[in-house]
Design a protein. Structure first.
Lengths: 135, 209
């Protein structure tokens, strides 16, 4: 199954979004949905090491990993972490430009059906067009 | 004369001292157009670099710069972490196995480092970033290399300073400041400023200042 890694400047936000996304999936506890964030001192920020650790832990348990970064240094730090992995592992990871909460929810539902990484990434991206309020 | 491992360690000390001293200034620059954390982040990152590297024996630039890179990537917290981290990682790759480097070798290695930055950040000269200080510095270092290290590093530092000042009228294309659009014009880029301090630190270490 495809795993989802949420990377935010806030550890609380990353974990909270992961929790919501996990609750939305039909596979429940079997899914790898992880949230990492915050700098090494516990403040707001992003740590490449934390992303690397999460990826290394998730990789053996997942068919692929979708990374959803909040913005800015989350994108750069995720790209750096993936860049340091061997090619055969890096090719199993995709980072998607999507709204992080909505993207994580849709990706989680899609992944829990057994969809492959390209399909999960595509769905997450489509979260950009999700309408929350009908006027 | 060549750039030595001792000079590299000294340059890191000087860079650490510069970001410590200019922490508030960098943060002020960043509060105008960024998220007001560049000074604090660089200060935290370089302090951790000093903790990691001081007292440790290094046999070549590769080992030293890899430690610097990994520490910055984890400890800085903002975009400067992966960007400076990548710079030092590539610098280390290029100089692995060497404990001395000619000025031309340093220019080549720094260009590799800068290529890592532009590839990671999808940035180029004129985007109002650290690239605007580093690229002219490397070009000047290479051009003045035949004139000896003191001249070459002075030329590099002067070029970095000019590059830094040239970011003032630029429209930001990358990072948080790019969200400000036209309002980013008229402010000096904090990343280009810390990059100028880095080049200055290399010069000072090299010329014994």
């Amino acid at each position: 199954m495809v795993g989802i890694l949420i990377v935010s400047h806030s550890e609380d936000a990353a974990r909270g979004i992961a929790q919501i996304a996990r609750a939305m999936s039909v596979a429940g506890g079997d899914m790898q949905i992880v949230g990492v964030g915050g700098n090494d001192d516990g403040g707001l920020g992003v740590s490449v090491a934390k992303i690397s650790e999460a990826l290394t832990e998730m990789l053996p348990k997942c068919d692929g990993i979708l990374i959803l970064p909040d913005l800015g240094s989350s994108v750069l730090s995720s790209r750096s972490a993936v860049g340091m992995l061997p090619d055969e592992e890096a090719t199993k990871i995709v980072m998607t430009d999507a709204p992080v909460l909505e993207g994580a929810m849709l990706a989680s539902i899609e992944a829990s059906t057994g969809a492959d990484l390209p399909a999960v990434a595509k769905i997450a991206q489509e979260a950009k067009n999700l309408k929350k309020i009908d006027h | 004369m060549a750039f030595t491992l001792e000079m590299a360690l000294l340059a890191l000390e000087k860079f650490n001292a510069a970001v410590e001293e200019k922490k508030d200034y960098l943060t002020d620059l960043d509060s105008a157009i960024g998220d007001a954390d560049h000074g604090i982040n660089m200060n935290r990152g370089m302090k951790k670099v000093m903790e990691k590297t001081s007292g440790k024996e290094y046999g070549d630039f590769g080992g030293l710069f890899k430690d610097v890179a990994m520490t910055l990537m984890s400890a800085v917290g903002g975009s400067a972490g992966p960007l400076y981290g990548t710079f030092f990682m590539k610098l280390g790759h290029k100089l692995t196995g060497h404990a001395e480097a000619s000025t031309e070798d340093m220019a080549d290695a720094m260009q590799e480092g800068l290529n890592g930055i532009t590839s990671l950040g999808k940035s180029q000269t004129g985007d109002k970033t650290m690239v605007d200080a580093l690229q002219p510095a490397i070009d000047a270092l290479r051009a003045a290399a035949p004139e000896g290290e003191p001249v070459a590093w002075k030329a590099a530092t002067d070029a970095a300073q000019k590059g830094m000042e040239d970011t003032i009228p630029m429209l930001a294309k990358r990072g948080r400041s790019s969200y400000l659009g036209e309002r980013s014009i008229g402010h000096q880029d904090p990343g280009a400023t810390s990059a100028f301090y880095l080049v200055s630190a290399f010069r000072d270490a090299c010329t014994g200042q």
